[in-house]
Design a protein around this ligand. Sequence first.
Ligand SMILES: [Zn+2]
Length: 447
Amino acid sequence: MEMTPLDAWIARRIEQTGNTLHREALERFQLNALNSVLEYACHCSPFYRRHLANAPKSLTALSQWADQPLLSDEELRAYGQDMVCTSMGDISRIVTLYTSGSTGDPKRLYFTDPDLEHIIDFFRIGIPPIVGNGTSLVTLMPGSRPATVGDLIDKALSHIEIDCACYGFLTDPQDVWEFILAHKANCLVGLPSQLLALARWAIATGKISESPVMSVLVSGEPAPLWLTHEIENVFSCPVYVHYGMTETGFGGAVECAAHDGLHIREADLYLEVIDPVSARALDIGDVGEIVVTTLNRQGMPLIRYRTGDFARLLPGTCSCGSTVQRLERVRSRGDANADATRGVELGAIDAALLTHPDIVTFVPTLLLERDRARLCLDMASQRRDNIFERDIYERLRGIPELARRFESKELSLELQYVDASTCFKVMPAKRRLFVSYDYKENDNASN
Ligand SMILES: [Zn+2]
């Protein structure tokens, strides 16, 4: 099995001689980088000067990093501009993330040209082994504007013989399929839920026999095993999982040929896992919330940012031979919104329903009334019959929280059949649970 190229790349990045990465050298590098980040952020950012005023100013061991305060998503939304450490003239890209819901402030992330170069560098090293012998890659994510994912992948692969084309998020499966065929795409990059829907559509229509796809890279949402197995079976090719978000600089961690954990880009990011309630740092192997520190971000460094994502760091070395720290596949954000959605949780609904082979995709909307709620599913499915509908209901009743609410009549289910492209038009990007308040004038929505 081929070892991930990340070891040699990180070894080069930390100016260690030889291609074998030594943990002690890497940890020394990270310790220095964390001390530099502290000094840089306190010196250049008004927010961090206040935020870190009472924290230790330097550390002599990585274990002391947990003494620094955490950074919440609310703080990032509220004080983002005060976290910027360069002049605005040096910022070449601002990414604005809108999440609707009660905490409606948009989140803004600021990147300089060197920040973007680090991202491109990671893609340049990380993507070619996934494309393998293929010569063409299609990204089903945004790419028309500078410094979007598609654009950064295009720049990363511009020096080698891999043609890149970017479609944007999946809207109409037929149209995407024609795009894939026109570009003879050997590698697809996209959201796992969208690639699953495309795979099911390609099977249902018999188009799969034309598929040029030889590998798939999924990113942007949790990718459970059953989901990647199904994509693997449909396309008869390996599926690689990547974890990253705008906050981590798009790239974060990626699977190697062993498919046994995601190797973290440890020269750029320092990842911790904490207990989400006590905020205590957890040991390797324990599941908790992922906390990210950027090691070399110029524009807007993040120091102990709480991602809201859950996973664990995996112990031991990878069977590919790499010593780069691995992260388990990220789990659903869980109950982050459970209060607002009265226990109805997208991850659980998806796990119960998307595993149904006849469902192409569906859009869930929760209509909240004062003392009851309706879960409305706009369903794109190969089946439209009573047995199918009973199956859907039984699968949802398999979620204890929902079973209780169905039983007490606090929750009811409404099913409406639509075609797949209607679903993708309503939910063109990451999967979400739409929430609408029937007892107020204003509509609201949340992830
Ligand atoms: Zn590996």
